[in-house]
Write a protein that binds this ligand. Sequence first.
Ligand SMILES: *Cc1c(COP(=O)(O)O)cnc(C)c1O
Length: 375
Amino acid sequence: MDFIDLKSQYQALRADINSRIQTVLDHGQYIMGPEVAQLEQTLATFTGARHCITVSSGTEALVISLMALGIGRGDEVITTPFSFIATAEAIVLLGATPVFADIDPATCNLDPARLEEKITERTRAIMPVSLYGQCADMDAINAVAYRHGLTVIEDAAQSFGATYQGRKSCNLSRIGCTSFFPSKPLGCYGDGGAIFTSDDELAGAMREIRVHGQSRRYVHTRIGVGGRMDTLQCAIVLAKLERFEWELEQRAAIGAAYDALLSGKVGLVARARDRTSVFAQYTVVLEERERVQAVLHQAGIPTAVHYPVPMHMQPAYQQWCTPEDAPVALKMAGQVLSLPMGPYMALESVQTVAATLLRAVGATVPGTRSFQALA
Ligand SMILES: *Cc1c(COP(=O)(O)O)cnc(C)c1O
């Protein structure tokens, strides 16, 4: 069993992916070829944001967003400690200070009630992460930001395609950033990412920063980076979009199947009614995580921990934080376990994983009747 099955996806899309790659090889515009603008238009339409700027990775999307806002030394950015390190890394790379607000133990996303106490006169932005494929409580976060004149940047690296009150992730705040790392819900075959905004001025700045701050050829209006997404990767994402809606339905179905088998028996990451998750991860919450993980491993079931050490406890980040900054994140880091998940996962595999997990925690294994109800 694969933790994430990318091979079946390639087999399903093989002809289209191969022909789109061949098209790029034939036209030879490897950088900023026609597929780049085509992907940007398609993704902007998908999310409803006015602008999409493709970039070289999800991390670079965050960096370029902060640069476009002029955030740097002396500025503070509030974020969650319970995320992949890139979220805080982007902030410190620019010389700004990451400030960690604690998470809601139910959803593992930033708790909007913990934001206001972290705001100072140096705060410039709030960077929530839509963890595991479920949007953070963006309206509540936007409301706090609005009261204090701050910008909200959604780190939507795990949530492209998710909805919040019917609106799309990446278009829920002034800026949204996503990643096309291969294992993300919408991935390419290397590194890639995108920034979304409906602010024309910011979008213009981001486009310049992406190409070394260049406003015209060899005229460098601002400091930038080499942050373009290459044409081949854009072509691959275009091919993957052909099946993306279907894949989102499959992800929802697999998530619902896990829910039906596990809820009430093991702890689950809660999902709010006003949101749909794209299940970048399907994550359970266990007291005895290490033991259960070992049992699953023995049974040939791969699992992963997202994330074992919260960012405010990472050695390189100690100068900006203390363990007291986020006790809830620290506790959840010891209990979360992500199960195999993906649009190409068979229902029988979900049943195998759930039954093995339930046996490991000593819960009663559902009988054949509940299995049949799912089929
Ligand atoms: C994957 C990820 C990133 C970084 O994306 P890359 O494309 O790998 O640079 C940033 N934030 C979160 C929450 C992620 O999951």
